[in-house]
Design a protein around this ligand. Structure first.
Ligand code: GLC
Ligand code: GLC
Length: 654
């Protein structure tokens, strides 16, 4: 490995050699837009050493390293010249306000275009709805071309440039991105870069025996290497297919397929793969996408003898993509989708890697606390795992299109006298409704007969008890389920970071079991929580205050608006406190001249917190609970109703 000084020298020399070649290649473009070129040059020079060092570390041993380096820089320049003017203006705005995404104004949502609105044009017509919800961030699930039939919900991408014709065109997508941006909504798309579908052009060329494209993937003539790797690999979809490799009869080869058999893992040890995917990334950015969700980020580098997750090179690759984004699409941000151990989740988060990250630990532990009605594991884990580096933030969610996995740290659990594996078994029992007295109606996802592991599918409302309560027509249970849902929302809206609503959950959509009738979906029960939005039903219930769905919707809209008025919710500096009551989760938010003390009751019965603590954490005697508008004093204990959450702000007496 070269030392820093050597890298600096090599970087400087390489750029000196490259620069005149670049100027010659782009003479026409430079003459047409000299200011654009100067801006590009300034950013390239600023990022160069970092980019060069990363690429050298990854690919320096290849004889044709300099060729790839030059191709990558040319591609960045081409992409910058092709970047639409409105995005260049946005770049300038974002560079002047680099922490814009940490604001309490941010509220996110995610949906499938086809299931939510039919087409991109249909989605455009839902703009008033998104504004009513207060959204500033919209993640559209994979929408590029993918195989007919099962495509893992679009996560098997056949072209990163052509939108799935059933929902629209890439011009429509770019138009939508621009229009939504004018309404303050940033577009978020997936960057499914760990694998392509087996119908992608690169995969087809590999199938045809083109040696250049065979190198894009991991192909093996026999079982010796697959067996060697599998000794230490985790199985991701064990009920779909055992192991991580797929036999292709047409090619007489085994292909590395971490997920489904039609999702071929890309080989990032090959610089041509890096270069090709970087080009696709910048193309997507130029459509008007502001945030890329780095799908399956943990899996992108393979190393024999390891689980091939979270390898150091995976971080290098993301850093190199990040540097390229800074140069050619400066407003582009990355969101990490690493649903792994909390230490590993953290390892992807930094301004130089992913500025945003899903918070799978908070998500899982909120569900854990609802099941146990105790907050000790949640409190303990958050107090040492919530803090983030400056310039980054969490994306806090309750449900996504995926399953829920119990990714808490075993030692955190032991510390609280919880047996982690026993506890995971309990949580799976609880959320599949097998545990006596459970309110939840979830399904076990990918139960692994060999290890006993499983994860959970189900909608927010069904997991929180609404399905069972409605089925049994039990008013009290319906009320409790609604309270649970609002409790969870009140937390992700106030804890710090961007709250993310999985659309459908804003009206308490229940599980939809009809997926079993579709042969392409029947084998994957995540479809139980991916129903088609029924707008007639939605119209009926969302405005009906007597229906639990209407209550959830109205309250959520109100809570979102309330969040946006609290400057203390800016960024992720949260202080977790011991409420002295095992059912009460508490934290303090302060900043920008405001202090909020949030207390949340995870139990189905009323709970109290003593007055001393209230005075101490609230720093006052008099409070307003912003959620209920109730005035309180710290003369007596604080009382919370079942599943109540309070946002307490100190106020003057009277
Ligand atoms: C991510 C997606 C998931 C998909 C997998 C493979 O985890 O969220 O839905 O199955 O990647 O792309
Ligand atoms: C993800 C996760 C895994 C998840 C799967 C898709 O990348 O690591 O836990 O369940 O892919 O659902």
């Amino acid at each position: 490995m070269a030392d820093t000084q050597q890298i600096q020298q090599q970087a400087a020399l390489s750029l000196k050699r490259l620069w005149p070649r670049l100027e010659a290649a782009f003479r026409k473009e430079i003459r047409a837009a000299p200011a654009d070129w100067r801006a590009f040059e300034a950013r390239l020079r600023r990022e160069w050493e970092r980019l060069f060092g990363l690429l050298l570390g990854l690919y320096g041993a290849h004889y044709d390293f300099f060729y790839h380096l030059e191709e990558i820089v040319r591609m960045a320049a081409r992409s910058w010249f092709a970047r639409p003017q409105w995005l260049k203006q946005l770049d300038a705005r974002r560079e002047a306000d680099p922490t814009w995404f940490e604001s309490q104004q941010m509220v996110g949502a995610t949906c499938y275009v086809d299931l939510f609105a039919g087409t991109l044009n249909g989605l455009r017509q839902r703009l008033p709805y998104f504004k009513k919800l207060g959204l500033t961030y919209l993640h559209l699930m994979p929408l590029f071309e993918s195989p007919a039939g099962n495509s893992d919900g679009g996560y098997a991408v056949s072209s990163y440039r052509r939108v799935n014709p059933a929902i629209g065109t890439s011009e429509e997508l770019a138009g939508l991105a621009h229009e939504f941006q004018e309404h303050g909504i940033s577009l978020v798309l997936d960057f499914v870069f760990n694998h392509t579908s087996d119908e992608h052009e690169w995969a087809r060329l590999a199938q045809a025996g083109d040696p250049e494209y065979e190198q894009f993937y991991f192909l093996f003539p026999d079982r010796s290497m697959p067996d060697a790797y599998e000794r230490t690999l985790r199985e991701i979809f064990p009920t779909v297919r055992r192991g991580s490799f797929t036999w292709r009869d047409d090619m007489h080869k085994w292909v590395w397929t971490t997920f489904n058999s039609f999702q071929w893992d890309l080989n990032y040890a090959n610089p041509a793969v890096f270069q090709a995917m970087a080009g696709e990334m910048l193309f997507i950015a130029n459509l008007g996408v502001e945030i890329l969700r780095l799908d399956a980020v943990a899996f992108i580098w393979k190393r024999l003898g390891t689980n091939c997750e979270n390898q150091p090179e995976a971080h290098q690759i993301i850093r190199a993509f990040n540097a390229l984004a800074r140069i050619a699409a400066p407003s582009l941000l990355f969101k990490s989708e690493a649903i792994v151990h909390p230490d590993d989740v953290m390892s992807y988060i930094s301004p130089q890697q992913c500025q945003l990250s899903y918070n799978p630990l908070l998500m899982a532990l909120l569900w854990e606390s609802l099941a146990t009605s105790e907050v000790k594991l949640l409190d303990q884990s958050m107090s040492h795992r919530f803090h983030m580096p400056p310039g980054t933030t969490w994306v806090n969610y309750l449900r996504s299109h995926d399953d829920i996995g119990w990714t808490f740290d075993d030692n955190d659990a032991w510390w609280e006298w919880i047996n982690p594996s026993g506890h995971r078994t309990f949580l799976n029992q609880f959320y599949t409704g097998r545990f006596p007295g459970s309110f939840a109606r979830g399904l076990p996802f990918q139960e692994n007969p060999a290890t006993g592991d499983a994860r959970i599918s189900g909608t927010l409302a069904s997991l929180a008890g609404l399905e069972q309560a409605i089925q049994s027509d039990d008013e009290r249970q319906i009320d409790l389920a609604v309270r649970r849902i609002l409790l969870l929302y009140s937390i992700i809206l106030s804890i710090g970071g961007i709250p993310l609503i999985y659309l459908g959950d804003e009206v308490g959509t229940l599980n939809d079991y009809s997926f079993v009738a579709n042969p392409y979906k029947a084998g994957d029960n995540r479809w139980v929580h991916r129903p088609e939005m029924d707008w007639t039903w939605h119209e009926r219930v969302a405005h009906d205050a007597t229906s639990p769905h209407g209550r959830i919707f109205a309250e959520l809209v109100r809570l979102v608006a309330l969040r946006k008025q609290q400057p203390a919710i800016y960024d992720t500096e949260t202080e977790f406190v011991d409420t002295g009551n095992g059912h009460l989760f508490g934290y303090i938010r302060h900043g920008k001249g405001q202090r909020l003390f949030v207390v949340a009751n995870f139990s189905g019965s009323p709970q109290e917190m003593d007055a001393n603590r209230l005075r101490m954490y609230g720093a006052s005697y008099h409070f307003t609970d912003l959620i209920s508008s109730q005035k309180l004093t710290a003369e007596q204990p604080l009382r919370l109703e079942p599943y109540q959450c309070m946002w307490l702000e100190a106020c003057t007496a009277g």
